[in-house]
Write a protein that binds this ligand. Structure first.
Ligand code: 5GP
Ligand code: MG
Length: 175
């Protein structure tokens, strides 16, 4: 079983720095920026980006999270049912430019479900999508606005995202 390192710790650090810069470049009204991470590692990434963005803008960027599970037998099955377990968005989404954040973008079904959950909270100005890894194989017309790295994969491959706060190291591996 062969594994290949896609991103080392320093790559992840630089990538998050770049993504923070791109966000501030593209969303010029910094006061409107709010983040929503998808559990679990998307929420970890949202926390980190919140730190970077808050530092750069010298304001507290709001950050929430959605807990969405996709029930399917394995990663390769396309018959999955997204399920919202919990939402923690304790700021008003009205007129915000919300950046939805996940670690890996695959079929897009989780994002579709996340969009519905966010729109239940109100009417944001816009919703943008940020992912650390885009592994392809979309089944819905969903694309990311901010991409850490595009990694062509086979359907039956898997991207393993390790993050310091959860896994004790920063690394992205294709296996
Ligand atoms: P979707 O198919 O809805 O785009 O992805 C389903 C969920 O599983 C998302 O939260 C996505 O981040 C995660 N996911 C899909 N493929 C992979 C993968 O290869 N590795 C990891 N770590 N997560 C994945
Ligand atoms: Mg995920």
């Amino acid at each position: 079983h062969r594994s290949k390192e896609i991103m080392a710790a320093r790559d992840i650090e630089r990538t998050l720095d770049r993504l923070a810069c791109q966000i501030l470049e593209q969303i010029t009204d910094h006061e409107s920026i709010a983040l929503v991470g998808i559990q679990r590692r998307g929420a970890d990434l949202a926390c980190r980006l919140c730190g970077l963005l808050s530092e750069r803008t010298r304001r507290k960027i709001p950050c929430g999270e959605l807990d969405i599970n996709l029930y399917r037998d394995d990663w390769t099955s396309s018959t999955a049912t997204p399920n919202i377990n919990a939402t923690r968005i304790d700021f008003s989404v009205e007129d915000k430019t919300i950046i939805l954040i996940d670690d890996v973008l695959f079929t897009g079904r989780t994002i579709r479900c996340a969009l519905e959950a966010i729109l239940d909270f109100g009417r944001p100005e816009a919703v943008k999508l940020l992912v650390l890894v885009d592994r392809g194989h979309r089944e819905l017309p969903i694309q990311a606005d901010f991409i850490g790295k595009s990694v062509p994969t086979e359907r039956d491959q898997q991207i393993n995202v390790f993050l310091q706060e959860r896994d004790g190291k920063d690394q992205v591996v294709l296996s």
